[in-house]
Design a binder for this molecule. Structure first.
Ligand SMILES: [Fe+2]
Length: 573
């Protein structure tokens, strides 16, 4: 039984296809339409899911959607009335991606069946099952976890009217314990300060997290005034510092915030120490609140297992605190934690919770996107007129280039879903070279100096380099480890200012080809670690061979390892 799940008109539109509860494909629309974080209808992603599985729309038993528009309308009425008349501004403010106003967005969401009919030329619109947003998040984690029972926390900017869901999963059912409603939202708190610091909310939270490592503690106490910690895992924002609850995405912080913390940083303005201190203070209050919620969930459920997802669960520094300081012993953080994962979650929710089908599938990899054969790749190489050769052993030959200090694009197998490149669409370089971070930024990535690059490490050797709380593996680059003191000089290009690293542990059974690349590098250098960053240049991660070759030709890569082919820049002037 096939179920097609969709997320659209918010952020990170995506399509997911499950068969009898197992993931068959999950594709983010941005990877195909090349518009970062796109909220457009995921036409290409749906088509790609069907193509991957070799089926047509007639084979789909049910279509699910990650949002209940009617719940948003009903759930927000009390909010509108409470902050009336200022709340009328919400009607005119952008409220999803692409600057969609709320009513227009809700109309599109409610009519998604018609959009499917039109885009795929169906005789009639399919019946769409609308699933609550946070239940979609929760289902995307718990139902594919290895746990029979678990506490579940989902947190993001907002769903229909909820920012944080506390729930318990047992077998094939999820039961809500508590909902924290908007405007009290850790995701929106982070977005507001991201905006204050001159970055784009819902895009650049990574930058703020990276900045925090350069901050001093000067503002931490003052930030305590922003969030009120309440019993039972609840929290409230001090709304005098914000405006998004009355003005949506058009105004984030208030004059009171600027009066207390200074003027907002203009886009592209110089960085001052207070900006880094602000990022650190934000990070600390989010960690403190997150820890409070997680501890309360343990106290309420007494369960040993915790599932987390939602955009806030991408905050790996907060995750580290929760791993370290709560009594939970087992964790599953579903890595497609943004709304891209709610297409999957809505489908899983329908299958298990609504149709009452049993669970059997366990999420053990994020490689759910398209894959290309050597023949398809070679066709593109020929069409782009590049000189290449077919390698006898692509891992060994590529590792040699990396060891020699080359910047290498590594394009193999099925594309990974989620925000991180996990070794199938990655740029990999030598982490031992202290100048590598600057070179990579100058030549390809063009990132701010304060953003760290992450290491991929052979899973079986991870403990020789990193200390990850409770000895967790981190196959999705979603946990932070401390780089062991004696290794900081060995892998300087992936050691952040605070001596942490967002670790990617690579297991042979999950990604044998990438595992071999790192192993071959280890044989040459004695270091089982590569610097791994996403294969792109200020664009969505490359998806197809054409994207990869064009990115390679346009930027200053040295080598492209694509399928079994090697393209060397020197021979392609
Ligand atoms: Fe969400």
């Amino acid at each position: 039984m096939y179920i097609l799940g969709l997320s659209s008109y918010s952020h990170e539109s995506s399509a997911a296809l499950i068969k009898d509860g197992e993931i068959r494909a999950l594709v983010e629309e941005e990877r195909l339409n090349r518009e970062k974080h796109t909220s457009k209808f995921p036409k290409a992603a749906i088509a790609e899911c069907l193509r991957i599985e070799g089926i047509g729309f007639q084979d789909i038993a049910a279509v699910t959607f990650f949002w209940v528009p009617l719940r948003e309308l009903a759930g927000n009425l009390p909010h509108i009335l409470r902050y009336f008349p200022a709340s009328l501004n919400l009607l005119n403010a952008p409220s999803g991606g692409e600057d969609l106003k709320a009513l227009k967005r809700l109309n599109l969401m409610g009519n998604v069946g018609r959009a499917i009919q039109a885009e795929f030329q169906l005789a009639r619109p399919p019946e769409v099952k609308f699933i609550e947003h946070h239940l979609s998040h929760a289902a995307s984690a718990f139902f594919v976890s290895e746990f029979e029972e678990a506490a579940i926390i989902t947190w993001d900017g907002r769903g229909e009217d909820v920012s944080t869901l506390l729930a318990v999963g047992r077998g094939n059912k999820i039961e809500k314990l508590k909902e924290i409603k908007v405007p009290h939202s850790l995701g929106h708190l982070y977005a507001a300060v991201t905006d204050y610091l001159g970055f784009k909310p819902f895009f650049d939270e990574w930058k703020v997290m990276g900045m925090s490592a350069y901050g001093n503690d000067s503002l931490a106490n003052a930030f305590d005034d922003l969030v009120e910690i309440l019993p039972g895992g609840e929290y409230r924002l001090n709304l005098k510092y914000f405006q998004f609850h009355t003005h949506g995405q058009s105004r984030w912080v208030s004059d009171a915030f600027r009066k207390k913390f200074g003027p907002s940083r203009a886009v592209n303005a110089e960085y001052e120490q207070r900006h880094f201190d602000t990022a650190l203070a934000l990070q600390k209050i989010v960690e403190k609140t997150g820890l409070h919620v997680a501890k309360a969930m343990h106290a309420a459920t007494k369960l040993p297992n915790l599932c987390m997802t939602g955009g806030v669960a991408l905050n790996c520094l907060m995750n580290k605190e929760i791993l370290q300081k709560t009594p939970f012993s087992e964790f599953f953080i579903q890595p497609i934690a943004s709304d891209a994962g709610t297409s999957l979650g809505s489908a899983l929710y329908h299958y298990h919770q609504v149709l009452d089908r049993p669970r059997k599938f366990v999420f053990n990899s994020a490689y759910w996107g398209p894959e290309f054969t050597n023949e398809e790749i070679e066709t593109v190489l020929k069409a782009k007129n590049v000189r290449y050769h077919k390698s006898e052993d692509i891992a060994r030959e590529t590792a040699r280039h990396i060891a020699e200090g080359k910047i290498v694009g590594w394009f193999q197998g099925r594309m990974e879903a989620g925000p991180r490149a996990l070794g199938n669409r990655s740029i990999t370089v030598n982490p031992c070279d202290p100048t590598m971070k600057e070179r990579l930024n100058a030549r390809v990535k063009k990132r701010e100096f304060f953003r760290p690059f992450a290491p991929s490490v052979l899973a079986e050797k991870a403990a020789e380099y990193f200390e990850i709380p409770k000895d967790q593996l981190s196959p999705y680059m979603i946990l932070i480890g401390d780089v062991l003191a004696e290794k900081r000089n060995v892998i300087p290009a992936v050691t952040h200012a605070d001596h942490t690293a967002r670790v990617h542990t690579v297991s042979k059974d999950v990604n044998p080809k990438y595992w071999r690349l790192i192993s071959e590098f280890d044989k040459l250098t004695g270091v089982p670690v590569l610097l791994n960053t996403s294969f792109n240049e200020n664009e969505p991660i490359v998806c197809t061979p054409l994207h990869a070759v064009e990115c390679f030709l346009r930027t200053e890569f040295d080598v492209l390892a694509i399928g079994d082919f090697l393209v060397v820049k020197d021979s392609n002037p």
